[in-house]
Design a protein around this ligand. Sequence first.
Ligand code: SUG
Length: 454
Amino acid sequence: MLTEINIDGMIGPTHHYGGLGVGNIASQTHRDQISNPRQAALEGLAKAKLVSNLGITQYIWLPPSRPKLELLQSLGFHGSPQEQILSAFETAPRVLSAAFSSAFMWAANSATVSPAADTKDGCYHFTPANLISSLHRASEANERRLAFANTFSVANFHRIHDPLPGVTSLRDEGAANHMRLSDPSGEIGFNIFVYGEEEASQSSETSNTRFMARQTRLASETIARQHQLNPATTFFLRQHPDAISAGVFHNDVIATSHEGVLIHHELAFLDAEEELARLEQEFLDRVGQAMVRIVVSNDSLSLADAVNSYLFNSQLLTPSRTNEMDSSPRMTFVCPMQCHAMESANRLLRSIIADPKNPIDDVQFVKVGQSMSGGGGPACLRLRVPADERTRSQLPYAGTLNESLYESLTRAVERYYPENISLSSFCDERFVEHLNEVEMALQQAYSMRSYQNG
Ligand code: SUG
């Protein structure tokens, strides 16, 4: 039996709006606005706690250190850290923004994960995403590689690959462009990779979209090969160029899946009916029942409304049940509050809940406005690891979100996180010094709890 572990990347004290997200309209719209890292982190923790309260194992990664001075140095800034920062602020403010980036918080981009049940060698495979489409995210790859090694290295059946080589034909953004369907036990997996650009189409075809596609087919195929996935149950779908042009920079902004359910917008994919029919047939043959496919029409939710509400970026979860008589929902949809406010999205959610043909019985709305303004909804904030017993039992205890870790991290955030920042805040030497204090306070909250419970 496989059940989901959700890993959230805790939102860092430098969360700000640099406008750096490629093809990401929310990021671009909020560029240079004042952000509130404290509120952002509290929202993220509360969202993670809600998931944990549904009985899902919820794990938290602490924010990596910022600023990335090595990035400034490698791009030609010299002198003391303060001199480098001031010089970057004056001459290359977007580089400074990248050096202070908190975009690691969007853990769905940290890797593509394949459970042992799906792989030929019976190992778990993790490929950290190279994120080379953007300067501020590319260095996350090695930070996340380390986080995976710390979280899963105890187990020799976990293979943590290097990120794909940093070349444009191998652009990879991780689980945001990958979906896994399964039977109810999670043992029979179906892997769907969604890419925006054919590897061979570097010339004219690329210009079909207003924004650069962040995932190439070659990257997706390489990961599938590296993870030793079964070609019969692996599927490659192309993102619709209209969707990319409307601001769908990742597939998880326009489609989602969980167990036997696939929900997608009618304009999510281009010419995908044949591959989707193959998926439905394979699912039926191997699981013995039909998968549930919910196709949302453009009339019921336009592409613009999908991007503004982030409905598809909701987390579809199976709450744990105590026994057969338990009346908990079969599946709960954890949606951003924006879906509540938007008439079309709200109406669509109500119709999904009311429809007996799917197992989604409940909707919960969460406030993640600070993350949404950077283009990340609830599902962006987490990475799913379909975990078997062996993996689950080896997960380090520190980092598993329960009441006491939630409280100690919340206290640290309330005490140490800044409330209003913009790019110029990074020029204040005291601010940068304070970041060390925040880091220590978070580490202490993490380890104190492990000491108390270990
Ligand atoms: O890569 N935003 C992120 C949002 C990632 C959302 N993740 C998923 N869909 N899974 C991005 O565009 C904003 C940074 C800024 O505004 O400066 C940013 O990086």
